[in-house]
Every structure is written in C-alpha cells, then in structure tokens.
Ligand binder design. Sequence first.
Ligand code: F6R
Length: 606
Amino acid sequence: MCGIVGYAGNRDCTDVLISGLSKLEYRGYDSAGIAVFEDGKITVEKCKGKLEELEKKLAREHKPQGHCGIGHTRWATHGEPSDINSHPHGNANVSIVHNGIIENYIKIKAFLTDKGYEFDSDTDTEVVAKLLDYYYNGNPVETITKVLSEIEGAYGLEILFSDFPNTIYAVRKDSPLIVGVGQGENFIASDVPAIIQYTRDYYLIESDEIVSLTKDAVSICDIHGTKIEKELQHADWDVEAAEKGGYAHFMLKEIHEQPTAFRTTIKPRIMDGMPFIEECGITVEMLNSYKKIFIVACGTAMHAGLVGKYVIEKLARVEVTVDIASEFRYRKPIIDKDDLVILISQSGETADTKAVLMMAKEMGARTLSVVNVKGSSIARESDFVLYTHAGPEISVASTKAYMVQLSIMYLLAIELAYAKGVISKEECMHLTKELENMPEKISEVLELKDRCQFIASKLVTAESLLYIGRGLDYALSMEGSLKLKEISYIHSEAYAAGELKHGTISLVTEAMPVVAVATQSDLFDKTVSNVKEVKARGAKVTMICSEEVNVDKDVANHLVKLPKVDDILMPILAVIPLQFIAYYTSVLKGCDVDKPRNLAKSVTVE
Ligand code: F6R
C-alpha cells in the first residue's frame, strides 16, 4: 500500500510533491515525508500522521527548496507509525521511498549489520536504502540491478543518489508505478490522480523495469540495461473527477456518482437491446463452455461477487462458487482448464486477488477480471478484462465501484442465461431494458438521503448492530454491515435472517438495533417473521423494502421504501440506503469518513 510520488522540473518541487501526495493519501495516511535536492544535497522532511501534519511541520520548520525530489504517504506494515519509521529512508548518499514489502529484509539487515551499517527504523525499507548505499559503484542503474537480485517481495521504489542531483531512479515489482510526461517536467507516482493536475500523458511501468527520470527525459530499461520504448497512455477523466466537487466528503460525492457510473459501465456493453460483453474477447461460445465458474475477490468486491452468484445461478442455472481471495488461495481449490475464474477488484492491485489470478492461470483456467483501474496489474495479467467505468474512487469505503461491479455481474448473468438457452430473447431484452433503466431508479433512491440521515441519528449511539436478510438481501446485509463498521467503528454483523434462531438471536436486546433488508417478494413474509422475532426481544428495527409491499405499522421502527423494480435487480437500489446510513453515522460520530483508521484504499500486501 502506501503512495509514492516524484517530480523533476522547474516548479517548486515540494509543492508538487505535497499536491501529489494529497491525491494518494487514500493509499495510506500513517505518516508522510519528502526528500528534495536542495543546493545539491538531499534534504529529508518527514513525520508521523496525515499529510497535513507534514505540511504544518514544513511551514513551522523548513520547507525544502528545489526542483527534483520524491515523496511518500505510508500505510504501516513493518514498524509502527512514527517519525522515525516514516519514509524517505537512507543517508546522505541515497534516499528512497517504497510502496510494498521486502520479505527477506531480516536476512539483508543481518548482512549489512555485519558490514558495519546501523539502522534507525524498524522498517523493511531502510535495508533497501542501505543495500543501495553498500553496492553503489557510481552507476545507479547497475547498483539498482544488483540490489534487485538480492531483494524479495513487492516494491515500487523511487531513489535519489546524491551524485545525481537532477535525477530520480525508480523500479517496481508487483506494486504499481506510472511515469507522467510533461513539457520540460516529468513525474512519477503510484497512481494517475497524483499527476493528472499537471499532465494526462503517462507510461505504465512494468515489473523489473528501471526508470531514470530528469526534467527533460525519461529513460526506461530492463535489468540487463536494454532500452525499452513504451506507448504513451492518456488519462481521459478530468481533474474534477478526482476532487470533491462541493461535497463534504469523497464518499458522499461517489454515492451520488452512481447513476452516471452505472450508465457509463453498461452502455457500451448493450447492443441492439442485448448484453454484449464480447468486446473483452470472451465469446458466447466460450461462456457457454465453462464447466465451473469461480468468483474471487476481497471485501466489498467479494460482496458484489455474492450478488453475482445469486444472479448467475438464478438466471442462467450455472453453479458459481464465490470466495474470499485470501482464503481461496490457500485452500487448494480444484480448478482446471474448463473453468472460468472471475476476479473482481476496484484497484486491480489487491495482493490476494492477484495471487488467485496467477494461481488460476497456472492451473490452466481462463481468467476474467472486472477491474476499475485501467492498466492495473490484475487487468493486465487476466485473459479477459471487463473494465468498470466508475472513474477514480478516492474514498476508502467503496460505493460506486461496488455499484458498477454489480452492473457487470448482471450483464454477465443475462448474457449467460441467454447463451445457455435458459431465458428467451424476449426475456433477455426485457431484463436488459430494465438494467438500462436503473440509473433513473438509482437517482430516485438518492433522494432518500434525508430519511437515511434521520435513521443514522437513531443508530449512532449503538455499540453493536445486526444486519439481516435472506438470499440476495443477505448478500446486501454483508455489504451494509461492512460499510457501517469500517467508517463508523460501530461493531456490526451480517446474518442470514433464517439462521438467527440457531444461536445469534441470544445477542438481541433493546441495545442491539437491527437493519433488515427485505426486498425479495418470495422471501418477504419469512424475513418479516424474523424481524418480528428480533423486535419481540426489544430490538429497534430499520427495514429496507420495496414500496409495493404492505408493512404493518408495528413491524419496523423505521422503514425505507425503494421504487419497485424486478426482484432480481433490487440489490442495485437497496445498497444505497445502506451506504447513506453508514455515511451519516460516521459523520455524526465525527469520524474521518474518507480515511478511516487502519485502512488503505489499495491493499497490495497479503
Ligand atoms: C470496503 C472496501 C474494501 C475493498 C477490498 C478490495 O469499502 O473498499 O473491502 O473492496 O479491499 O479492494 P479492490 O476492489 O481494490 O480489490
């Protein structure tokens, strides 16, 4: 995780680094730091806490003046968040920032200690800085190549050598890195938002490529020193998309972007009223031929996969296994060449999801990824990619990315159901039309935010909550519960409503509010029975259901009524009140909504 940025040009380097880091804080915010060439020497400033703490420190003490430097925002892995563990690390000769984990750092540390090196921090990164210093022979690229042959793990590294005061060196393995190309200035960063204010043109750096960057030139070579020519990429989303645009938080903005994100994602994949996902290279025949389908992802993306499972099984009658990537990769799954493994990931960089992708490829299965970030590792390594077009998602808690992941799950399910002959062309066109109408319905549901804010005011004092539902509504409950706990720090648990009485109902008292999702008409009466059971034990119940059902006055304390759409599409609407309830609870508790504690947006460590 962590965000790294670098700049060489005529602007004030510190300002560019700080502005770049501010766009990367979603990758971690335990500490921040910069290293800038100032009067030919490397000046380092760093401290614990969010970027604003570093900005205060620079204003208070010393703001490095220069035109070439590197910066870092940290999500701590090795060593607690502290001033000393903050990046950059190194000495007067070499300074580095690092995103990733060096797995064999203990061995290297012992080796360097033996050679007389001393270490200030508890980080894995410092050993790389000192190893660079140890092997330095006057040629940075040769030195880096030597170090790469000794380190194991994942890294995006930016390096300054004091002998080369206008140059940034960089290399990556399994952690993302892009080079932004400007006029008389160049940039390097973990992700495009850090540079888009200055340039939209960038190179995607591959594993084991070494970059040398000055204000006038970018040179890229492999570990044998062979020069590499690259195609320039262009970021087509605007700066506005990566800014808050008048909303109090990115999360609120991103919730409101859902109608557009949904439309933009499905529109290019509908042709003559039918789903058309072949653009990614997967044909209907291929879809038809897979024996088993696995959907593997983490967190919210896995919850989108759960909806995918229900929908694919219900519509297409094909068995789907859904799993958490960190579990799946170690449970020796039975996969072969006749199977399709679908990976869902907003960032396209999640370590466990990527590991499953590599494992599935090795086992001969075909792999399809559903990814939001263009050119990310998972997208590049998969056989087929269906990009979701949510635009940049900055808030750590995922909202619009989940929404567009759902949209792809539906398209896949409908296309598969038709390919298998389970639904007729008319049914296929009807469902596709309904899907196309969803952005208007999503917009309608966004109007319920005041109601959700009121409900949040009733939940904010709770210490623990239960989210319950059956079938698709259970999958939704999981997402609602995760959203609430990650940003409001209130404990919550999602439970299959029918399973409550096998143990968990003993937790229910008047101190345990319950959020019941009951959007599926065939299961509605059964869920209402479960709601009555918890209500009888004192729980205050919030119920999310369709406007078409009649709910007796005493069934729930608070009702959220959604526009009626086909039952199978209800998750697309039901997730919105769950997002709002989590959002407003977090705001009312005074939490840092967009940057919840201990979390980071892109989880590139396992
Ligand atoms: C929760 C959340 C996470 C991510 C998970 C996977 O709001 O955002 O649970 O869904 O870390 O991340 P991606 O989708 O980038 O693979």
